[in-house]
Design a protein around this ligand. Structure first.
Ligand code: SF4
Length: 615
């Protein structure tokens, strides 16, 4: 791009990638985003941006953006008018009624999600869900049972003041890099002790003061239980108002640090030290990431983490907190607005299962690409083939290739509205540019669709926000026009649990397998936009399969060699990356590179065979 700073129009908005919710300033010229810069005076990121937020925007100006609606005719997707596309969709949706399945991404604004709910209500369907469903559903169900809330109890500025931090199933330098910087800041400012419960050493483990509590894959709960056991056994628990303490104490008898350490390959002394630090710290934080790759044992992990937060008094104490970091920019908003299956409704995975069996005739995917990101690619493709499929997205994604109707959508730089970040901060997005061609924001598409269904819709995002403050209890009293540069944190800086119920949860036996596959984020999330952006692609340009040094020696493989994974009759080949962060028998691969097709074999915790490639 060729533009001098003074030629740019500045537009303050919010990064469209992850739940950290960094504020950004778009530099706009000739209806193109020419730069993204930071503004130290706004938001929670103090001018910090990660490579995605700072350099990951070229997809917005990409020549392959969808610019016209498409309708399948004679087996081909052909350009059509908006009216023809919307009439076709409205007829199909009305005919399907309660048998319509709607799966949304979590990068839609709150106002767009409100209208999507209105569409599902108008049609009488309860099959509404977002972002894979199972990862957040388990998490929110667990937290609701223990604490009666499903949101972070504190805010990021409070994390900076903590003396002890525990990260569970999280590598924030990959998923929420600026939150990783917040943790680093707590270490620098307060000499905070960071403990990381992990099945592989990530970038968090490289921070000063970091103690990695390594365990075998799938055994996070055993580790959290052991921390709770130490706190109770050593009389460190803050037991006021807690329900279920006797039952939990009894259930944790089998989770002494020594027993757990032996079972899951952990270090008993490290568990004890972490437990004492968390219980004794003036300010402490427990942070849990969630998102598509983190579905296994989601509810049980949430309950175990709540038990720990309640025993230590962390949940609801000013300066301390239990933090849930959703993968996408509006993951928390989607939870707040309950983009969830209604009574007898199907979750995202169940919808796909049902569609694959021919029992859900119409599917509507909005900003979601399950062919690439959901487990069991074969099943997903079958579901999309069998249903009448409507896809609303920025690009002709792998899922959109199966669609009967495709609607071109707007990026975050082209829309107004609000996102709610991982600390419950509601922040304003502002459109900087117009969408290419005839692409429209999801808000405008939903408005038009509601009109075709003979329903009214709010005229603009501000009016929609006004309506949702009457429907989402925590949002009451917040006025769209008055949301300032720091946003508005619903529920206040410290959210107190509505109840304090301790619930025993059983740990898991480690899988006995020569090799196990872990999938996760390597800077990207689903990859639907990040792999179309030069910034992230220059840092991590191609897929890889990572293995530890011991396994590399056994297999006689070095970095750059081709290796293959085999499971369920499928073989996946990629370049090897040899590192020292994976224990023996654990293989890792980032899940977002569509070409790798990792989800042809990944179904949760996958046992695999690994060998050098014959090619
Ligand atoms: Fe955007 Fe998340 Fe990076 Fe912040 S940490 S710049 S919100 S991707």
């Amino acid at each position: 791009f060729k533009a001098r700073p003074w030629q740019l129009k500045d537009v303050d908005t919010v990064c469209g990638y992850c739940g950290n919710g960094c504020t950004v300033t778009l530099g706009v010229k000739d209806n193109q985003v020419q730069t993204i810069r930071f503004n130290e005076d706004t938001g929670v990121n103090h001018g910090n941006l990660c490579v995605r937020g700072r350099f990951g925007y070229s997809y917005v100006n990409d020549a392959t953006r969808l610019t016209k609606p498409l309708i399948r005719k004679g087996g081909e997707l052909r350009e059509a008018s908006w009216d023809e596309a919307l009439v076709t969709i409205a007829e199909k949706f009305k005919a399907a009624g309660k048998d319509l399945g709607i799966i949304s991404g979590a990068r839609l604004t709150n106002e767009e999600l409100l209208l999507l709910k209105r569409i599902s209500s108008a049609l009488g369907t309860h099959h509404l869900d977002h972002s894979g469903g199972e990862c957040y559903q388990g998490l929110t169900a667990g937290l609701n049972e223990t604490m009666g809330i499903s949101a972070s109890t504190g805010t990021f500025p409070q994390v900076e003041k903590c003396n002890a931090i525990l990260a569970i199933r999280s590598d924030f330098y990959e998923t929420h890099p600026v939150f990783g910087m917040v943790i680093n800041q707590a270490i620098r400012l307060n000499d905070a002790q960071l403990s990381v419960i992990a099945d592989k050493r990530g970038k968090l483990s490289k921070l000063p003061n970091a103690r990695t509590l390594m365990h075998k894959p799938g055994c996070e709960i055993n580790m959290i239980n052991a921390l709770c056991q130490v706190i109770i056994a050593e009389g460190l628990a803050k037991t006021d108002d807690l329900q279920g303490l006797a039952e939990l104490t009894k259930a944790l008898a089998d989770y002494t640090p020594e027993t757990v350490a032996k079972m899951v390959g952990a270090d008993a002394e490290a568990i004890k030290k972490t437990a004492r630090e968390l219980a004794g710290a003036k300010n402490a934080a427990i942070v849990v990431a969630y998102g598509l790759p983190y579905t296994a044992h989601s509810k049980e992990i949430a309950i175990a983490a709540s038990n720990l937060a309640l025993l230590t008094g962390i949940a609801g104490r000013e300066g301390s907190g239990l933090y849930l970091c959703g993968e996408k920019a509006n993951s928390q908003g989607a939870i707040d607005l309950q983009i969830t299956p209604g009574p007898a409704g199907l979750g995202a995975q169940q919808m796909l299962n049902s569609a694959a069996e021919g029992r859900l005739p119409v599917l509507y995917l909005v900003g979601e690409d399950p062919v690439v990101t959901y487990p069991d690619q074969g099943l997903v493709k079958k579901a999309l083939e069998k249903s009448f499929l409507v896809v609303q997205d920025l690009f002709l994604t792998d899922s959109a290739k199966y669609a009967d109707v495709v609607l071109p959508a707007a990026s975050f730089t082209e829309k107004d509205g609000t996102f709610t970040n991982a600390e419950r901060r509601i922040q304003r997005l502002r459109a900087g540019i117009k969408s290419p061609g005839e692409a429209k924001s999801d808000f405008v598409v939903f408005q038009s669709l509601l009109n075709k269904l003979q329903k009214t819709a709010p005229a603009a995002p501000a009016a929609a926000f006004g309506e949702l403050t009457g429907e989402v209890a925590g949002y009451a009293g917040i006025v769209y026009e008055q949301i300032g540069p720091q946003g508005e944190v619903w529920g206040g800086e410290t959210l107190a649990p509505l109840k304090k119920v301790l619930i025993p949860v059983a740990g898991n036996e480690p899988l006995q397998a020569e090799y196990q596959l872990l999938v996760g984020s390597a800077l990207y999330h689903s990859g639907s936009v990040s792999t179309r952006s030069k910034g992230p692609m220059s840092v991590c340009p191609e897929p890889y399969i990572e293995l530890g040094r011991d396994d590399a020696v056994t297999l006689n493989v070095k970095t750059g060699d081709m290796i293959q994974l085999k499971a369920a009759g499928v073989t996946i080949q990629s370049k090897a990356k040899v590192d020292n962060r994976l224990p023996k028998g654990v293989i890792f691969a980032p899940y977002h590179f569509a070409g790798l097709g990792l989800n042809r074999i990944y179904t949760g915790q996958s046992v695999i065979a690994v060998e050098p490639s014959k090619l």
